[in-house]
Design a protein around this ligand. Structure first.
Ligand SMILES: [Zn+2]
Length: 186
């Protein structure tokens, strides 16, 4: 099993809508295992298939390294759909596809979702706070949306230099990436 390169901002695959799965085959099982490996290698807490260049509605999440969330088991969400959202809260966010850019984003504090698990069994889950945030961030990825899209123009301007560096592939990250320039595959 391999750690996969992560596509960074500017890559078209991050702007495309991933397709729902009709079933799980060995191919998806392998992909899910590799997505977990990739996320952990990059010290991330969530990863969507778009980020490794695959347009399938698959998300992996593991927040168990976060203080106070040790009891939340790693999650694989296939075809996730948000059923309910309530309360708003602001929290700082980052993204493995937008390295080093962090900013405050408003999202729902509590959500209820339905999804298929790794046995393709229909499942529902209510999540709050950080877990709810990660799920919303990752579902956005499946729809071609990045967290920086929510930033007001003055905050985008603030991050512009860094974003241009990302687009040029001038990154110093400890995980393999594929940038728009496609020159920095490590
Ligand atoms: Zn992200």
């Amino acid at each position: 099993m391999a750690v996969l390169p992560i596509y960074t901002d500017g890559s078209p695959v991050l702007r495309q809508k991933a397709k729902p799965l009709k079933q799980i085959t060995d191919q998806e099982v392998k992909l899910i295992i590799e997505m977990f490996e990739t996320m952990r290698k990059a010290n991330g807490i969530g990863l969507a298939a778009n980020q490794v260049g695959i347009l399938k509605r698959i998300i992996v999440i593991d927040v168990s390294e976060v203080d106070g969330l040790e009891n939340i088991k790693p999650l694989t969400l296939i075809n996730p759909i948000i059923l309910e959202q309530r309360e708003k809260c602001i929290m700082e966010e980052g993204c493995l596809s937008v390295p080093d850019v962090r900013d405050e984003i408003e999202r729902s504090r509590v959500i209820k979702i339905k999804y298929n698990d790794t046995n393709f069994k229909k499942t529902e889950l209510e999540a709050s706070d950080l877990l709810a945030r990660v799920i919303q961030h990752e579902i956005d990825h499946l729809n071609g949306i990045l967290f920086i899209d929510y930033l007001p123009s003055e905050r985008k301007k603030y991050h512009l230099e860094l974003l241009e560096k990302i687009h040029r592939g001038e990154l110093d990250v400890q995980y393999p990436i594929i940038s728009l320039a496609n020159v920095t595959v490590r």
